[in-house]
Design a protein around this ligand. Structure first.
Ligand SMILES: CC(=O)N[C@H]1[C@@H](OP(=O)(O)OP(=O)(O)OC[C@H]2O[C@@H](n3ccc(=O)[nH]c3=O)[C@H](O)[C@@H]2O)O[C@H](CO)[C@@H](O)[C@@H]1O
Ligand SMILES: C=C(OP(=O)(O)O)C(=O)O
Length: 476
């Protein structure tokens, strides 16, 4: 890991280059793009966050729902689409493939009447910006008989291979050609239902199988599937489109292929990752935040841990105006031991914001990260702010995981409570970045958070939400 001083220097050089690129691209900006030119946030910390914010459609569902629209032969309507970077990337890719995207109310309409082949150079404008392009494989193979997939982006929190995706696609009958430009896929004999068992319940690979199997000929049986709430919501969308999908017990999903699918009309599951991030911000800053739109059922595992740490919450079940209020009740926070896991376990994307709150809990907390091998890089910055977090290669949890004895520092021990002080921080990834932001808000003094726009990949209007919660933060 480079020292923060060097990272800030690299950040400033990269920002200058990116500004030049974005000036050139400005003519292509969509109305959904958030036009922020300044990438540094000056945060005056030490004050509790108080107030109400709203979460809308989940990043990890909305982008996949947009890809699913390619499978229908009539337009699809998706409500509550958040203005985040991943949505822009997928919208751009859909438009390059001939899908007409229209803004309607708080959502988007996708008309796939004229789907066609896109230019590789144009597709590659989106190289490295998101993980979603890999999910275009099945839908494009069904629609066009071929697909080109650019290099993937997403957070650098592990190697993130796509071997399960490619193995499944090959079993469906796809031919995959890896080239320096990206992946080229064809299906000369069509796509056929298959039996596939995932070595690990990968979210993306499960979605890959779903989006491919729904229009493959015959039946597909997927074993060891991921069953995150966002996946169940994607299954609901596909069912609305005419797909036949049975979710059995024990992570088995059976899909009966159909020849035709129609468009859907859907209101997405709310973003439970964003909701949990704001809950942790309430705890870390001794604040009180109501997250409108958050749903208890999607967050049960998080709420158990939140309670164990000493946080308080109250659910408002109103179908029109519901949400969850999260607050610090004033008493001392308690240390906890937990492992991240696939659903229904404690979600890995909840981990980083929670660790900031755990720096304020009395005693030793233990977090064993079992989903990604390199998801504790952000803790170095927290330590420079006064936290005491030690990371270990061992599996410090009940279950040995895939990363044990393999040189990955994937367990953390957090000693608290620690008084956090201001620092200059460089955002490493989406959730790590949000946790830096929370730490800066909880710390005494003025921090500079560099590369803060990266947070917009998954958090809608976070500047405005910070202002609504009374944070003292401004673009530097
Ligand atoms: C856009 C999106 O929805 N992102 C989410 C999705 O990421 P994503 O779908 O990329 O995550 P996966 O569930 O696929 O990855 C889980 C684990 O499986 C491994 N793996 C995955 C695929 C593969 O072909 N080979 C392989 O080894 C990964 O390296 C990782 O260790 O689920 C993750 C786990 O809940 C979340 O943290 C991400 O926010
Ligand atoms: C890891 C994440 O996202 P992605 O898969 O898009 O990188 C995340 O949302 O925390």
């Amino acid at each position: 890991m480079l020292p923060t001083r060097d990272l800030i220097h690299i950040f400033k050089a990269t920002t200058r280059r990116n500004e030049a690129i974005s000036q050139r691209k400005r003519g292509q900006e969509s109305a959904l793009e958030v036009r922020v030119t300044n990438d540094v946030l000056k945060v005056h910390g030490g004050a509790p966050l108080h107030g109400e914010i709203t979460v809308r459609g989940a990043k990890n569902l909305v982008s996949k729902a947009m890809v699913a629209a390619l499978l229908g032969d009539t337009p699809s309507r998706l409500a509550e689409v958040p203005r985040i970077r991943d949505v822009e990337v997928v919208r751009g890719l859909l438009e390059l493939h001939g899908v007409k995207v229209i803004e309607e109310g708080n959502g988007l309409v996708f008309d796939p009447a004229n789907v066609g082949t896109a230019e590789i150079d144009e597709i590659n404008v989106h190289a490295g910006s998101s993980r979603i392009p890999i999910l275009f494989c099945g839908p494009l193979l069904h629609r066009l008989g071929h697909a080109f997939i650019p290099d993937l982006g997403g957070c650098h929190i592990g190697d993130r291979p796509i071997d399960f995706h490619l193995a499944a696609l090959r079993q469906f009958g796809a031919i995959v050609d890896k080239t320096p430009q990206g992946l080229h896929l064809t299906a000369p004999n069509g796509l056929h239902g298959t039996k596939f068992e995932l070595p690990y319940p990968s979210v993306g690979a499960t979605e890959q199988v779903l989006l491919t199997a729904v229009r493959a000929e015959g039946v597909t049986e997927l074993r060891n599937a991921a069953v995150e709430p966002e996946i169940i919501d994607l299954i609901c969308i596909l069912q609305k489109m005419g797909a036949i999908i049975k979710v059995h017990t024990d992570r088995v999903i059976e899909i009966e292929g159909v020849t035709k699918l129609r468009g859907y009309n859907h209101r997405p599951i709310p973003d439970r990752l964003e909701a949990a991030s704001w809950a942790c911000a309430a705890l870390a800053t001794q604040g009180d935040i109501t997250v409108k739109g958050a749903r208890q059922v999607d967050m049960m595992t998080f709420l158990n841990v939140f309670t164990s740490v000493g946080g308080a919450f109250e659910v408002n079940d109103s179908p029109t105006d519901g949400g969850i209020r999260f607050w610090h009740p004033g008493s001392e926070l308690r240390a906890v031991a937990l492992e991240t896991d696939v659903h229904p376990g404690f979600m890995t994307d909840w981990q980083q914001p929670l660790v900031v709150a755990l720096t304020q809990a009395r005693g030793l907390s233990i977090v064993h990260e079992t989903v990604y091998e390199r998801r504790f890089g952000y803790t170095d910055a927290l330590n420079t702010m006064g936290a005491t977090i030690q990371v270990y290669r061992d599996c410090l949890g009940g279950t040995p995981c895939r990363f044990g004895r393999r040189n990955f520092k994937h367990s953390a021990v957090i000693a608290g409570p620690s008084k956090l002080h201001a620092a200059d921080l460089v955002i490493p990834d989406l959730r790590g970045g949000f946790s830096h932001l929370i730490a800066a808000l909880a710390a005494e003094g003025t921090s500079h958070v560099f590369g803060v726009n990266l947070i917009n990949r998954g958090y809608e209007d976070f500047d405005a939400k910070l202002a609504a919660l009374g944070a003292h933060a401004e673009r530097a």
